[in-house]
Design a protein around this ligand. Structure first.
Ligand code: IPE
Ligand code: IPE
Ligand code: MG
Length: 255
């Protein structure tokens, strides 16, 4: 029997993943990009299960960005169909595992059939009687970090204009309460597959102190052991939040 990884003992509370590399995975195999996305859905299944098993409480997946609307229509349509299939296929198992699905971004911008399927997934995985879910899976759909901040600022400006709020009362809590990520804690570990080292407008505010983990592995190839490796790396990092290393060590001793 192999020893449990250190990460199994201290998992990050909130893991966010930029699932990149589906297109390249397909091209390497002479397949159409949509087939890369379909294989990527299998990685989603596996990563969701593993996160829940190791005790991650919040998993946020970048499934479709605002900028992705500019892709060829056929690819966008394939992604929208895939979302319907995923929502239909996974609902029962997610519910059984106590995983609640929610959406960040703008669900209203999706085609009606996709929006309905995702709404159904959200409703059918909602825990009964106000119970705490084992894990919350947030799907970022038609999501852009800058847009989310801007929309929140607009909502606040309206309240200020209406005299319900004074400019000097505005603080980060007010801002965050208006965002589509309002229920999410800050990101602890941000993973990006596919080799690029950028954020592509994902969780800009929420990742301010996230540990970043970039891997060249293409998303459709990213499976359980890759995730465990990322969690293991996270467990070995020292998060300082502006303090000195000595201060952090001292806090640990005092705790
Ligand atoms: C990520 O894979 C999936 C989405 C953006 C929806 P890509 O489709 O971006 O794959 P590459 O980056 O072209 O390989
Ligand atoms: C980011 O990947 C969006 C998702 C994974 C959904 P992209 O492939 O769209 O990002 P860029 O274009 O390489 O920055
Ligand atoms: Mg990409």
């Amino acid at each position: 029997m192999s020893a449990p990884l250190p990460s199994a003992k201290s998992p990050p509370s909130h893991v966010a993943i930029i699932m990149d590399g589906n297109g390249r995975w397909a091209r390497e195999r002479g397949l159409v990009r949509a087939e890369g996305h379909a294989e990527g859905a299998r990685s989603v299944r596996e990563v969701v299960r593993t996160c829940r098993e190791v005790g991650v409480r919040w998993l946020t997946l970048y499934a479709f960005s605002l900028a992705n609307w500019q892709r060829p229509q056929a690819e966008v349509e394939a992604l929208m169909r895939l979302l319907i299939r995923f929502s239909e296929r996974e609902a029962v198992e997610l519910k059984e595992r106590g995983i609640a699905v929610q959406v960040i971004g703008d669900l209203d911008e999706l085609p009606t059939a996709t929006r309905r399927a995702v709404e159904h997934l959200v409703a059918s995985t909602r825990p009964e009687g106000g119970a705490e879910p084992t894990m919350t899976l947030s799907l970022a759909l038609s999501y852009g970090g800058r847009r989310d901040i801007l929309d929140a600022m607009r909502a606040l400006a309206v309240r200020v204009k209406a005299g319900q709020l004074l400019p000097e009362e505005l603080d980060e809590r007010w801002l965050r309460a208006q965002m589509s990520t309002r229920e999410l804690p800050d990101v602890d570990l941000l993973v990006r597959t596919g080799g690029e080292q950028r954020l592509s407008d994902f969780l800009l505010l929420e990742s301010a102190y996230a540990e970043l983990y970039f891997t060249p592995v293409l998303w459709p190839d990213f499976r359980e052991h890759h995730l465990l490796e990322a969690l293991d790396t996270f467990a070995r990092r020292e998060r300082r939040f502006g303090l000195t290393g000595d201060q952090v060590q001292q806090t640990r001793v005092d705790a």
